[in-house]
Structure formats: C-alpha cells, structure tokens
Design a protein. Structure first.
Length: 317
C-alpha cells in the first residue's frame, strides 16, 4: 500500500496534494435573459494544482496562453486566494497548470471558467469547506455577473437573480438532444466596452417583450420544447444596441435559423453567435461559416453539447 505524503501546512491531512479540475464554457443571456440566464457547454478549461514544498509556479497552454499573466493578476490565482481568505487560511505553495480550450473575449465565459476552476480547485485542496452557493457568491463577487459563474458551477441551465449582494439561483436540467452551434469570430470583444452601448432605461413595451421571452426561454429549456426558441430568444434589451457595433450579428442569427436552428442569439456580449439545433447541426454550422465569409468575417463554427455537470474535480491524489 502506498504511503500517503504529509499534507501541506494549514491543509487537512486528508486533502489531496494534486488535483485536476474541468470548468465548462458558458453562453449567457440566451437572447432576452440579460444577466440572468446561463448555459454550460461541453467545451472545457483544465486546471491542475499540485502542492509543492515552496513557491508558486504558473504555466498555461492553449487558448490565450501567451496573454495570461503568471502573477497575482491571474484570475485563477485571484480566485484561489479569495477562497483561502474566506476560510482564513493561507494559500499553500502550488504548481498551477492551465490548459485552456475556451477562447478569450469571445462571449463564452472564459473569465468565469478561470475563476470557477480556481474556486473549485482551492475548495477541494481545503477539504471542501464551502458549498456551491458559497462558491457562486464568491465567483460573482470576482466576475461581476452571476449568469456565467453559476452555469459554470452547476451545469445545465442556470437561472439567477441578485438580491442586494446575494445570488439566488436554480439549476434547470436540460433534456438530451440539443446541440449548440457556436460561430466564433476571429476578433475579440470587450464586455465592458459592449456594455457602454446599452441605454440607462427602457420603454415598458421593450421590458415586457424581453420578460415574456426570457420566461418562455426558461420553459423551453426545461421542457424540451425547442420549437419555442425561435420566438423566445428574440431580444429587446441588449442585442439591438450591440448590433450597432456588430452589424453582422443579425445576419448570422438569420442564417442560422434559415438553416434549421431552433433559435440563435449573441453569446454573452459576443462576438460568438450561439445557435441551437435538435437536428442538422452541421448544416447550421456550414450556414454560419458561409454567412460569416459573406459578411467579411473570419471565424469558425464548433458544435458542442450542453454540459450537465458543471465544474468538477476529475482527478485527486
């Protein structure tokens, strides 16, 4: 029987010394569910943490690896430090390896995945002292918005609401059979810059339009009534304003629906377009790539399924 190595100082003796975490990409808003709906996708960042005798070693490969900081400004490190501060313990010396498949600044929750991976990994190293609700609130305090963070943690469809500084959420299991076709342009889009285009107030008619469709989108995902998505994913809160900066967006959405997608929307603040298909996903992907080319964009289409598990530890020893 292999003898277990001694735990690092301030870690429980039973805590693992080396763990690997998967954190899924997410698509937020789903059209009208602005800052409240998020869906986890089977596209993952992988984080490996190993307790070492001293120091902090950080490496990264994959999407955006050259851009990721290796110091305390790294989002994953910030999240780990925040969790250990919350439980009043010092962060142990670690070797941190990030393997990223989620493109940066494309509206697929790369920041949330980095934060959530750090929180889940740190929580596991500490012996899992915090609940999922605790992690949702810690992650939201770092990321700023609950939709991506919650979906990344819970899997499936996450429905969120913020009361003062507390996130309330529910996970909605998504029936099998839905494919998400992602058209990922080659250019990046800043979330903060995209938000500057949004108005400070809305007409009542626009608010009712969005509220009714956000509710219908939630019902469609809960029941598998995919035919509802064509109407339910229409939006009046953010997409019309973001189209002024991203004029190709409505053409891409129309092309996806014309090729058989049940519905389509801007993923987060973009520029990725998320189209939802229960058949002929390849045809939707080809239509998006053709429309992107016709609009003068460089991009690629990727077909993924919905992730039902959320961020999780996949190895621990």
């Amino acid at each position: 029987m292999r003898k277990r190595r001694a735990a690092a100082p301030d870690l429980p003796p039973s805590a693992p010394r080396r763990i690997t975490v998967l954190a899924p990409a997410t698509t937020a808003n789903l059209g009208p569910g602005f800052d409240s709906l998020g869906l986890a996708l089977q596209l993952y960042n992988r984080l490996t943490l190993e307790v070492i005798p001293a120091g902090l070693e950080v490496s990264a490969t994959g999407e955006g690896a050259a851009e990721l900081p290796r110091d305390d400004t790294n989002l994953t490190l910030r999240a780990m430090r925040r969790l250990f501060e919350a439980i009043d313990r010092p962060l142990p010396p670690l070797r941190v390896r990030q393997e990223n498949a989620i493109p940066l600044a494309r509206g697929l929750g790369s920041s949330s995945a980095a934060i959530v991976a750090g929180l889940v990994g740190a929580n596991a190293l500490a012996g899992d002292p915090l609940s999922t609700a605790d992690l949702v609130n810690l992650g939201t305090s770092l990321e700023g918005h609950p939709d991506n963070v919650t979906a990344c943690l819970t899997g499936g469809l996450a429905v969120t609401a913020v009361e003062v500084d507390r996130v309330h959420f529910a996970r909605v299991p998504v029936p099998d059979g839905l494919q998400v076709v992602l058209y990922i342009p080659a250019f990046e889009m800043s979330t903060s810059a995209a938000r500057h285009q949004l108005p400070d107030s809305y007409r009542r008619a626009d608010a009712v339009f969005a509220l009714s469709r956000a509710a219908l989108t939630t019902a469609a995902f809960a029941t598998g009534r995919w035919e509802l998505l064509r109407v339910s994913m229409q939006d009046s809160m953010h997409q019309p304003y973001r189209a002024k900066r991203y004029p190709q967006m409505p053409h891409l959405i129309a092309a996806a629906i014309g090729a058989g997608a049940r519905g389509a929307a801007l993923s987060g603040s973009g520029p990725t377009i998320a189209a939802f298909a229960d058949h002929d996903a390849d045809a939707v992907a080809h239509a998006l790539e053709a429309e992107g080319t016709a609009c003068g964009l460089q991009g690629r289409a990727v077909c993924v399924a919905v992730d039902s598990e959320g961020a999780r530890v996949v190895t621990a020893d």
